[in-house]
Design a protein around this ligand. Structure first.
Ligand SMILES: [Zn+2]
Length: 162
C-alpha cells in the first residue's frame, strides 16, 4: 500500500531516478497514484509523494487534460511569468502564491513508451513545473520568499498540533 508522504518526511527532499522500464508494475503505480490524487482532490501527484523515487508524475488539470509524464524534461521556459496560488498534497492546508514562467515546453514519455512534446500554458504549465520540481526534491514553498516560507511553515506545524 502506497501512502501519501507529507512535509517533514525527508523522502520529499530526494532526487528521483530515471524510469528504466514501462511495465505492469509501473502501470499499477500510475493507477494507484491517480487514485490517491483524486481521493485528495489534487490535480497533480509525483511518485516521490507516495514514497517512490522515480521520475514520473500524473496530472488531471480541469479543461487542460489528464497526463502521465515519465522522465519529463522541461526544454523551454517562457520569459513571461504568471502567478498562481499553489497548494500541494504533501503540504496539506498551505497555499502560497508562486511566480513561475507562464509557458513551458516539456518532453516526456507516456505510458505507452512514446516520447512526446507538449507546449503548455495556464494552470497546466504551473502544474508541470510544480510536479517536475518534486522530482528534484524541491517543494513550492522553496520557491517563495524565505520569510514567507517561515510563516507558512509555522502555520503548517500549528495545524499539525491541533
Ligand atoms: Zn506538490
Amino acid at each position: 500500500m502506497l501512502k501519501l508522504q507529507t512535509y517533514d518526511n525527508k523522502v520529499l527532499e530526494n532526487k528521483s531516478e530515471e524510469v528504466k522500464n514501462i511495465d505492469k508494475d509501473l502501470e499499477n503505480l500510475v493507477n494507484e497514484m491517480f487514485k490517491i490524487m483524486y481521493e485528495n482532490n489534487g490535480i497533480g501527484l509525483a511518485a516521490v509523494q507516495v514514497g517512490v523515487l522515480k521520475r514520473l508524475f500524473v496530472m488531471d488539470v480541469p479543461k487542460q487534460g489528464r497526463y502521465v509524464m515519465i522522465n519529463p524534461v522541461i526544454k523551454d521556459f517562457s520569459k513571461d511569468k504568471s502567478i498562481y496560488e499553489e497548494g500541494c498534497l504533501s503540504v496539506p492546508g498551505i497555499l502560497a502564491e508562486v511566480e513561475r514562467p507562464a509557458e513551458v515546453t516539456v518532453e516526456y514519455t507516456d505510458l505507452k513508451g512514446k516520447r512526446k512534446t507538449l507546449k503548455a500554458s495556464g494552470v497546466l504549465a504551473t502544474c508541470i513545473q510544480h510536479e517536475n520540481d518534486h522530482l528534484d526534491g524541491v517543494l513550492f514553498i522553496d520557491r517563495i520568499d524565505p520569510v514567507e516560507k517561515l510563516t507558512k511553515m509555522r502555520e503548517y506545524r500549528s495545524m499539525l498540533q491541533v
